[in-house]
Design a protein around this ligand. Sequence first.
Ligand SMILES: NC(=O)c1ccc[n+]([C@@H]2O[C@H](COP(=O)([O-])OP(=O)(O)OC[C@H]3O[C@@H](n4cnc5c(N)ncnc54)[C@H](OP(=O)(O)O)[C@@H]3O)[C@@H](O)[C@H]2O)c1
Length: 269
Amino acid sequence: MKLSVIGTGKMGGAIVKGLLDNHILAANNITGADASADAQRAFLALAADGQLGWANSAADAMTDADVALISVKPQNMDEVLPQLAGADSDTLFISIAAGITLARLSAALGEHRPMFRVMPNTPLMVGEGVTACAGNRHVTAAHHEILQKIFGVTGQVFTVSEPQLDAVTALSGSGPAFMACVADALAGAAVAEGLPPELALPMTLQTMRGSATLLQQSGMTPGELITQVSSKGGTTVAGLSVLKNSDLAKVLAQTIHAAANRSRELAKA
Ligand SMILES: NC(=O)c1ccc[n+]([C@@H]2O[C@H](COP(=O)([O-])OP(=O)(O)OC[C@H]3O[C@@H](n4cnc5c(N)ncnc54)[C@H](OP(=O)(O)O)[C@@H]3O)[C@@H](O)[C@H]2O)c1
């Protein structure tokens, strides 16, 4: 499989790194194209000298591409998409650009092409990503396997319908920032209770990670984990009595709602 990556910045570079580190694709099957010299240098440094391919333009990167990963910013799509329209008719297009709809991709690249609109998140840089994908009517099971091959090494892959991508963008796309806010607030509260900052943040992060892993591996529901940790008259119950009487659930709902609405607006723009 020959993969061309249009836009080898943070996300494009991280995806290629995952493919190389996990021996999913050999470097000589991957070609990059990017407007930035820094991005070019960082991309080519992902493998030993001369192993990764480089194209001087997005159009040149389409030669022989079985799969084209479009990972430029949404504002650069108008400039990039016309350059990709000359690709072979069976080239699979995968766009990770936020808010760029399948309809817009089809209009620029051709209605007949198999394509995925994908929303990854930044934890894919450490192999813990969430990637949600919505395909058009031309994608087959074989195309889904290719997508799984590319994004499965950097985390979990979920198939959704295109309208669901707005909720996905709010939950897992923007989610790392929301989780960071929660981590910051919890660690700050622990510092106020006497813990030094150099202990509070690592302990907060490991508690978040451990709780998530426990939920994933045990199959417990969040409610069951709450019950497991709570004992009558104990510390968890004391804390939960504050949390449950607070606006936390409402604030989180409003947070996700605002982010999902913004995603809907951007897709219309
Ligand atoms: N970061 C996230 O959390 C996240 C999450 C989900 C999805 N995404 C999506 O991922 C995409 C990439 O984001 P990123 O954070 O990786 O951006 P990035 O680091 O800025 O990478 C994009 C690269 O594309 C280059 N580029 C611009 N115009 C180009 C052109 N005409 N031809 C070839 N390359 C061009 C940019 O060069 P210049 O710097 O010179 O413009 C830059 O090096 C975005 O569409 C974003 O919506 C990001």
